[in-house]
Design a protein around this ligand. Structure first.
Ligand code: EPZ
Length: 420
């Protein structure tokens, strides 16, 4: 098992180009299945989750390659409609392939995506929407057997929660359904707007992507295209947090300010000086970091749940008290115990976390329990006094492209070791 060794205490200083977005690349890769031709995704991050998605595409019969941050997928010939459990378990969000598989093959068989480190990950919104579109779904031995014998048909779908994955699945299925689909209370995350742009480039008819009402008029079939993956707004927030934790200063390029506005607002409240360019941000934490009350995670454009852990790690050494409320996932505080091992003073009660700023954190042996919690430990370690060993780096590798190289490029001292 690999681990990160981080010698903390140096200030983050420098400039970093933000990687392509994991949470955009994954639905776009599902879109490749639907396209039915050759798709080139550029600026695609090299992540274990991306490789897992490419394995699923290969399983369906796609011809896939990945080189120099470009994924090439040709889905002209599909040979399989089932995804075995071992592939589904590799990545919880693989449910997003369901809509595209049904759109191309009219059937799909996949195992229930397991829960994950964030607690139960229900897919009721995905399944009820697909049923409205004519999909018959039965469950046999933990597998979902989905067929649409009469083809997919457009429907008016009201989402009780603006689920990102459900919005993406519905858009993918609706692109080639008969008639119009309207999604009310759709997720408004930037990744949704990107998926809409991608589908349109493949010949779909989509309007309102990124807004709370999305309209899709189904077409017979799509075609391939070339598409650039957007910058990863959560990776950007992570490196901002590392700058905050070390009172450093950081330039970020290839980042869209609007995508991270809610995170910038929190850091501004905490005392950062921030300058936004067209696709760059400069942040300086010269002033003392102040505690922030209250950071509530919300659907976009609210503060993103994925940035909660890394911002908490930065606020652990702020002056005064910070309060965070995790409204999206049931158990997304598993990093707290590990931060406390490093000297943080954090108490949680249900959704609420109270962070009492301490003078400094100290290096310790800690364990990543999930992707963003692991990144939070890296943020804390960069600012801590002494050496930290982070176990279970595989979680971090799901969403961060070579995190040790990225952190070292802005002044940190990180190396990766394999368990002897
Ligand atoms: C996407 O997950 C992201 N993953 C998550 O990022 C992110 O945290 C989440 O959106 C919220 O922004 C990808 O894009 C691959 P949801 P998703 O459906 O689609 C409940 C990361 O760290 N819900 O918007 O699974 C669900 O339980 C990952 O990069 C239902 O109840 O998120 C959760 O409480 C983690 N029924 C809430 O909605 C459903 O059918 C948000 O889920 C679906 C969701």
């Amino acid at each position: 098992m690999q681990r990160l060794i981080i010698n903390g205490g140096s200030r983050v200083c420098g400039e970093i180009k933000v990687q392509g977005a994991k949470n955009s690349a994954l639905p776009l890769l599902a879109g490749c299945l639907l396209a039915g031709g050759e798709v080139r995704l550029t600026n695609c991050p090299e992540l274990s989750d991306v490789y897992a998605a490419l394995r699923i595409l290969s399983r369906f019969g796609c011809r896939c390659s990945f080189k120099n941050n470009t994924a090439e997928v040709n889905s002209a010939e599909l040979t399989e409609y089932s995804v075995p459990e071992e592939l589904m378990r590799e990545m919880r969000s693989s449910i997003v392939f369901l809509g595209a598989a049904l759109g191309r093959m009219g059937q799909c068989r996949l195992s229930f995506p397991g829960g994950c480190e964030l607690g139960p990950r229900p897919i009721d919104l995905h399944l009820s929407a697909l049923k409205q579109m004519g999909v018959k779904i039965t469950e046999e031995h933990g597998e979902l057997c989905c067929t649409c014998p009469k083809g997919l048909r457009g429907a008016k779908i009201n989402l009780s929660f603006p689920s990102v994955g459900a919005t993406e699945n519905i858009m993918l299925a609706a692109a080639v359904a008969k008639g119009e689909t309207v999604i009310y209370n759709a997720a408004r995350e930037p990744e949704i707007a990107e998926l809409a742009k991608f589908l349109e480039r493949c010949g779909a008819r989509v309007s309102g992507g990124g807004c709370s009402t999305v309209r899709i008029n189904g077409v017979e079939k799509l075609h391939g295209c070339e598409f650039e993956v957007m910058p990863d707004r959560i990776a950007a927030a992570t490196y901002m947090a590392a700058a905050a934790a070390t009172r450093g200063e950081l330039g970020l390029t290839s980042v869209r300010c609007a995508d991270v506005q809610s995170v910038l607002n929190v850091f501004e409240h905490a005392g950062a000086d921030i300058f936004c360019g067209k696709d760059s941000i400069f942040m300086s934490f010269a002033k003392p970091l102040r505690g922030v009350k209250t950071v509530r995670t919300m659907p976009y454009p609210g503060f993103p749940t994925d940035a909660q852990a890394v911002v908490m790690a930065a606020l652990a050494t702020a002056e005064g008290t910070s309060v965070m409320v995790e409204n999206i996932f049931e158990s997304r505080y598993r990093h707290v115990d590990e931060l406390v091992r490093m000297g943080a003073d954090i108490k949680t009660e249900g959704k609420v976390a109270i962070i009492e700023g301490v003078q400094s954190l100290y290096g310790a042996r800690v364990r990543a329990c999930d992707l963003r919690g692991g990144a939070a430990l890296a943020v804390a370690a960069v600012g801590a006094k002494g050496r930290t060993v982070i176990e279970n780096v595989k979680y971090i590798d799901r969403g961060y492209e070579n995190i040790e190289k990225a952190l070292n490029s802005i002044g940190a001292d990180v190396y990766r070791s394999n368990d002897s």
